[in-house]
Design a protein around this ligand. Sequence first.
Ligand SMILES: [Ca+2]
Length: 319
Amino acid sequence: MSPFGFTRSRRAPGRTPDGRRGVARTIGVSTATLTVLALSAVSLPAQAAPAVQPTVSLASAATAPAGWKLAWADEFSGTTLNRAVWNVANRSTYGDGNKELACLMDRPQNVKVSSGLLTIAARKEATPITCGTRDTRFPAGRTYTSAMLHTKNKLAFQYGRFEIRAKMPTTQGTSKGLWPAYWMRPAAGGIGELDILELIGTGKSDPYSADKVSQTIHYDYVGTHRKQSQVHKLASGNFADGFHNYAVEWAPGSIKWFVDGTLTYTRTLSTTSWIDKAFVGKFYLRLNMAVGGTWPGSPDANTAFPANYQVDYVRVFRR
Ligand SMILES: [Ca+2]
């Protein structure tokens, strides 16, 4: 999901070029400064088995699926975020193009690593938070805060299996306006967006959808080619009631989505003529939760804050 600005643009038909420019201002970096790590150059951190928590079932140390080798992982062990890999937006208005509401903050209230988990927390603030230097939409500050992490200029991959194990905050009826996502964008900029997962929260009057995840690719944000997307529905349970595993396998001419190890969606050259035009070169990782915006709508009185998007791990495998 390009929940923020870009991502959301696809889902948000009304998104404007201004929104995209806003994004670029927020996180744009000269390509001359890129120091992207090649898959083969990534050294693996020691994988200690995380301590078992009383209320959370944590995965053990990374195990590669058959046919894959672990290339990189963050198990979110310890108590600090690995800043060598992750950038955290701070007082960023990213997502204005999607009419998102949250100020994206780099502070423990919104981004925390503890008990083997990364927690991205969306909050409703008692006092508005001043966001950015020229926040023309909310000059008096923003009521909602959240967070966005990304690996631009630090870590990117071409092809591989990209996994995340996470518990979603999109509880049925009490999560209107929340938009958690895990997605990828090209390290060198340009077209192509690969959304491993996006979920949309619901209000009391919305149909049941806590069991649904969107799986999407975008060519660009001006509609040169239509996005291709599907909604996968869990056979039982929902994505907010526990941890689930989401994965994408990206290879030349092929992108496959998995949920809890089951193949759910496949795009190839025969379904998507532009797949190898949009998905070339290295892509970096984006992990975020938007609040509000054209797609999810605004939070309502029943939306429970703080809302926690909990990530057990993100792992990347190569053949
Ligand atoms: Ca973990």
